[in-house]
Design a protein around this ligand. Structure first.
Ligand SMILES: Cc1cc2nc3c(=O)[nH]c(=O)nc-3n(C[C@H](O)[C@H](O)[C@H](O)COP(=O)(O)O)c2cc1C
Length: 364
C-alpha cells in the first residue's frame, strides 16, 4: 500500500497488541450496498440527461477522492468547475491534481454522452478555469470504453507479476492518445527500479512533512460508517485492510504510518507490477493538466476492459525536486511528468464511494 493508504493491517496488529483487537470492525453489508448504489448503471431518462452524464463523470478517478468538481449545464453543454473548497494544497500546491481530476471526469462524461448517441467536444476555458463539454445531436457512435466506466477502480494491492502482452500495451497506447500529452509505458525492470527509487525518496519526504500527513489524514475514512457519512475520501478497506473505529485509528496512525513500512509496501507493489504508465504534458498549464487527466482516464478504462489493473504512485511528481529528477530520468527535457501509474494483474478490491449526484450539480 502506498502512503495514501495506510497499513491498517499493521494498525490492526498494533491495536490487537494494545488489547484493542476486539474493537476491529470489518466491511459490512451497508458499505457494500452503498458502493453498489454508487456504481449502478443509470439511463439518460432516469431521472434526466444531466443527472445521467454527471453520474458517469463522478465515477472518474480523482485525487484523494475529494471529488473537487461542480457541474452545471443544459441541453447543449455541460460545464465542470473546480470546487476549490476541496483542494489539497499540501500534496497539490498548484492544483495540478485538481485540474487533472476534472479532465478524468470530463472524459467519462463525453464517453457517457456518446453512449446515448450524442457527439461531444471537450474544451478548457482558460479565462474561466472551467471545462466545457459541448453536446451535439443524435447519431454519435458509442465509445467502446463506456462499459468499463462501471468496473474501473484504482487497485492498490500487490499484483501477480505477470507481464502484459505487447499487443495489449499497444492497445493501451492507442486508447490513451490525447492532444497535448503523451504516454510513456515503461516495462524494463532496470528502469522500473530507477522510478521506484524516486518514489521511495519522495514518499519519505512526504511522510516527514507534517502538513502533508495532516491533510492526508483529513481525507482518510477508517470505517464504513465514516466512509458512508462523507461519501468521499480514502476508505481503508479499498486497500484490503481491516476497518476500525476512528478513535483506535487515531491512536495507531502515528505508529503504523512510517516511511519504512510504506516504502516496503511500495517496493512490493512495484516489483509485482508489469510496468509503469507515465503521463507527460507538452506544456505545464491547466489546459494540459486536464488533457493528461483525460488521457489517464482512457488508459484506465481500456486497461479495465482488458482485465489489467492499475494504481497511482504519484509521489515523485508531487514534489518539484523529484519531478525534475523524474523528467531527467525519462529524458523529457522540461516537459512535466503529470502522473505515475503502475499496472499489472490482480483481483478487484472493494469500490470507493461518491457523494450523491445532486450534491455536485449547481445552477449554471
Ligand atoms: C490526479 C490524481 C492523482 C492521484 N494520486 C494518487 C496517488 O498518488 N496514490 C493513490 O493511491 N491514488 C491516487 N489517485 C487515485 C485516487 O485516490 C482514486 O481515484 C480515488 O480514491 C477514487 O477511487 P477509484 O479511482 O478507485 O474510484 C489519484 C487520482 C488522480 C485523478
Amino acid at each position: 500500500m502506498n502512503r495514501r493508504h495506510l497499513l491498517l493491517g499493521s494498525g490492526a496488529a498494533a491495536a490487537a497488541a494494545a488489547g484493542l483487537g476486539a474493537y476491529a470492525v470489518t466491511r459490512g453489508p451497508s458499505y457494500d450496498a452503498a458502493a453498489e448504489a454508487v456504481w449502478a448503471e443509470r439511463t439518460q431518462r432516469q431521472p434526466n440527461e444531466l443527472h445521467y452524464l454527471v453520474h458517469h463523470a463522478t465515477l472518474a478517478a480523482n485525487s484523494h477522492n475529494t471529488q473537487p468538481w461542480l457541474f452545471s449545464g443544459g441541453k447543449d453543454h455541460v460545464t465542470i468547475r473546480p470546487d476549490l473548497n476541496r483542494a489539497t494544497p499540501a500534496v497539490d500546491p498548484d492544483n495540478h491534481h485538481l485540474f487533472t481530476s476534472l479532465g478524468c471526469a470530463a472524459e467519462n462524461l463525453g464517453i457517457a454522452a456518446s453512449a446515448s448517441s450524442r457527439s461531444n467536444a471537450v474544451d478548457f476555458l482558460p479565462g474561466k478555469d472551467e471545462v466545457r463539454i459541448s453536446l451535439g445531436g443524435d447519431g454519435a457512435i458509442a465509445d467502446r470504453l463506456f462499459e468499463a466506466i462501471y468496473d474501473r477502480q484504482c487497485t492498490r494491492s500487490t499484483y501477480d507479476s505477470r507481464l502484459v502482452p505487447a499487443v495489449e500495451l499497444k492497445a493501451l497506447e492507442d486508447a490513451a492518445r490525447m492532444a497535448g500529452c503523451s504516454l510513456m509505458l515503461i516495462t524494463e525492470k532496470r528502469r522500473m527500479e530507477q522510478i521506484l527509487e524516486l518514489i521511495l525518496a519522495a514518499n519519505t519526504a512526504q511522510i516527514a512533512d507534517e502538513a502533508f500527513v495532516r491533510e492526508l489524514k483529513h481525507w482518510l475514512r477508517f470505517n464504513p460508517a465514516e466512509a458512508i457519512k462523507h461519501g468521499d475520501g480514502l476508505y481503508s478497506a479499498c486497500t484490503g485492510n481491516p476497518a476500525m473505529p476512528s478513535w483506535i485509528a487515531d491512536m495507531v496512525f502515528g505508529l503504523v504510518f512510517t516511511a519504512e513500512a510504506e516504502n516496503a509496501k511500495c517496493t512490493e507493489q512495484v516489483r509485482s507490477s508489469a510496468g509503469f504508465a507515465v503521463f507527460v504534458s507538452d506544456r505545464n498549464d491547466k489546459n494540459h493538466w486536464v488533457q493528461a487527466g483525460r488521457s489517464y482516464q482512457r488508459f484506465a478504462l481500456a486497461s479495465t476492459a482488458l482485465g489489467i489493473r492499475h494504481a497511482f504512485l504519484n509521489q515523485p511528481v508531487e514534489i518539484a525536486r523529484y519531478r525534475a529528477e523524474l523528467s531527467s530520468l525519462l529524458g523529457i527535457g522540461d516537459r512535466r511528468p503529470d502522473l505515475v501509474v503502475r499496472f499489472g494483474y490482480s483481483d478487484a478490491m472493494p469500490r470507493s464511494l461518491r457523494r450523491p449526484v445532486s450534491e455536485v450539480i449547481v445552477a449554471g
